[in-house]
Design a protein around this ligand. Structure first.
Ligand SMILES: [Zn+2]
Length: 219
């Protein structure tokens, strides 16, 4: 056993410093010589480099499918994913241009109360919905679709009975717009009326429904 050398490969300078004192504390084995070698880290060692790369990659991985995720979190993630895909499809879509002009936000999972309101008649809700999305019984829309020969407004003779003409401009309906101005002001909308808030602002829903019904234009 005399002359037996034990080599302890290590890159720890701390261990290198403490090992000689260990040897001193073991006088009962004087035949055991401990040779402590210090080596500079593992850089350049192929296996170590692969292990380092794998460890770094692991920190970027998504949780394992078997990891517990609450139902609430799952619902929220699915909700966000659906909205994201919906918004992208909405922006790519060639249809819905008339609605995008007045409502920049994508369709919502929580629609404005237009479609669920109990205070607006179903027929009126349907008319407002048509005005929002574009195709309607207004003459400019019907003329564009080829259903009628003229786009002119029967009420005032203007060349195009567009939704802006019907809602904002037609002089025949001007007296009926007074409630709209009043409700818009109460909702914090000052200045001239615009198509977008008239058709998209929930606070104006009942007022615009009243205007549509009062004109009798869609009767
Ligand atoms: Zn008119």
């Amino acid at each position: 056993m005399h002359g037996l050398a034990l080599e302890v490969p290590t890159d720890s300078t701390a261990q290198y410093a403490t090992t000689p004192s260990f040897a001193k504390r073991s006088p009962s084995r004087p035949h055991l010589a401990i040779l402590n070698l210090w080596t500079p880290a593992h850089i350049g060692t192929a296996g170590n480099e692969l292990a380092d790369a794998a460890a770094k990659e692991a920190t970027t991985l998504l949780p394992h499918p078997s990891t517990f995720v609450s139902l609430t979190t799952t619902r929220r993630l699915v909700h966000l994913q659906v909205l994201s895909e919906w918004e992208a499809a909405w922006k790519r879509s060639k249809t819905g241009r008339a609605l995008r002009q007045i409502d920049k936000s994508p369709p919502s999972l929580n629609p404005i109360p237009l479609y669920s309101s109990l205070t607006v008649a179903r027929k009126t809700s349907s008319i407002i919905s048509q005005l929002r999305t574009g195709p309607s019984h207004l003459h400019a829309s019907r003329f564009k679709s080829g259903f009628i020969a003229s786009s002119a407004c029967d009420a005032c003779g203007a060349a195009y009975e567009t939704r802006a003409h019907f809602l904002l401009e037609c002089p025949s309906w001007e007296p009926l717009r007074r409630p709209l101005h009043s409700v818009a002001k109460d909702a914090g909308l000052f200045g001239p009326l615009h198509v977008s808030p008239l058709l998209c602002e929930p606070k104006l829903l009942r007022a615009i429904a009243g205007f549509v019904e009062a004109t009798g234009r869609f009767s």
